[in-house]
Design a protein around this ligand. Structure first.
Ligand code: JHZ
Length: 399
């Protein structure tokens, strides 16, 4: 049933920033073939051969969701809206990262699940945090201590779990009769529309459409009753899911979203094949531009050591001959080397200085926040490069 439509080549684990670039460490680096497939039966788009989660979500996990103002504000707003909409007494978050969402609730109301122990350690002092993978066994343990849940929230996590049956069976078990499961994940519609192929990496096992989400949850005695477009991570979707027989009515907003997704062709393999051609062009355009700039002696760096950049660097074969280094505010990425291409990561205070001519927006999803912060750089003639939706140089005049 699955048809492969995109091959992004040999890739490392997107979060495996290396502590050193010594031979011994490089020899142990894990690589796999990243390709993406479409399943005609349920319209689901997924990584063809997912990586074992046990090697991805370790106590070295790099991403900190609190690192951007945009995300801190977005989660604060989401928490407020969930309180108003559902007035939950018991809340559970799956994939709580560094606590950016849960900290908007009193600790007696919310519990967290976070398999990366370094992250769970951050939140466990204030919030009950289970340092485990989400599954039925854990759901039963939580039920014993906490009872049935009114709102289960999960942002940028459900797309990361290969076993959908285990995930949704555990959700069905944990939800109160009229409980709601709220998922936020990058939107397939936006990925295809904006050619952001770098949303595909080992962790993004699935990039959901509403169409696929509706089909999937139906298989597990659940029902998608609403969906909402949100601006985070370059365009995401918030899904509202309930038990099949619960009180919620299907929203007209959801009906329209699904209608538009069908109109756009998210239920046709041909749409994804065309996307694949555009991805190849994006790679060629980016390499052409970088070659031209290097021939003119320009200094280029990358801004934001994102997991998405792991896909771009490894697919386009971008290494130190193009980018001197990557700047990133995350302390535990600084002093390390990017997965696969081994470009050094340093702090923006050290690296984002007047010697930089061009900065590739690895964190293009925070373009607005970054351009606002880096006005001085643009004003002195510094330029950004983005590849989303098309390869383009951004100056103070067109940014
Ligand atoms: P950001 C991660 O992907 C991994 P990544 C994960 N799989 C996922 O789904 C998404 O997040 C949600 C830095 N930065 O959020 C901070 C600056 O240096 O796009 C971050 O390291 N300066 C869970 O890694 C990175 O950029 C800044 O001004 O693709 C952004 O990473 C800003 C705003 C950010 O996610």
């Amino acid at each position: 049933m699955k048809k492969k439509f995109l091959d992004l080549g040999i890739q490392p684990i997107a979060n495996s920033f290396l502590p050193k670039n010594t031979k011994k460490i490089l020899n142990k680096e894990f690589f796999y073939n990243l390709s993406v497939s479409y399943n005609k039966k349920n319209c689901l788009v997924s990584v063809t051969n997912p990586v074992n989660p046990k090697i991805q979500y370790t106590d070295k996990y790099a991403h900190r969701a609190s690192e951007s103002v945009t995300m801190r504000e977005a989660f604060n707003k989401t928490a407020k809206s969930l309180k108003i909409k559902f007035n939950p007494k018991k809340i559970l978050e799956i994939g709580s990262n560094d606590g950016v969402f849960i900290k908007n609730f009193p600790s007696k109301k919310i519990i967290a699940v976070e398999p990366c122990k370094n992250l769970a350690n951050i939140t466990k002092k204030k919030f009950k945090t289970y340092p485990e993978f989400w599954n039925k066994k854990l759901a039963k343990k939580i039920f014993k201590n906490f009872g049935k849940i009114d709102v289960i929230f999960s942002a940028n996590t459900i797309s990361h779990i290969p076993n959908l049956k285990e995930t949704f069976d555990a959700i069905f078990y944990s939800l109160a009769e009229n409980g709601v499961f709220v998922i936020e994940d990058p939107s397939l519609f936006e990925v295809i529309r904006s050619n952001s192929y770098d949303q595909f990496y080992d962790e993004h096992v699935y990039v959901f459409s509403s169409l696929a989400m509706k089909n999937i949850v139906n298989e597990f005695k659940l029902r998608l009753f609403d969906a909402e477009k949100i601006h985070t991570h370059g365009g995401s979707m918030r899904y509202y899911i309930c038990k099949k027989n619960s009180k919620y009515k299907i929203s007209s907003r959801l009906i329209n979203i699904i209608k538009n997704e069908k109109k756009y062709g998210l239920n046709k393999l041909s749409t994804f094949k065309k996307f694949s051609k555009r991805v190849k062009k994006s790679k060629d355009d980016l390499i052409d531009l970088l070659k031209k700039l290097k021939n003119r002696g320009k200094k280029i760096i990358s801004y934001g050591a994102t997991y998405k950049s792991t896909t771009v660097f490894n697919y386009c074969n971008i290494d130190k001959k193009y980018f001197d280094y990557v700047v990133d505010t995350t302390l535990n990425k600084q002093g390390k080397f990017t997965p696969g291409k081994h470009i050094p990561v340093i702090s923006p205070e050290i690296g984002f200085d007047s010697s930089v001519d061009y900065a590739f927006l690895g964190a293009w999803n925070f373009k607005k926040e970054i351009l606002k912060k880096e006005k001085l750089y643009l004003n002195r003639g510094g330029k950004f490069i983005t590849h989303v939706p098309k390869v383009k140089v951004l100056t103070k005049y067109n940014a």
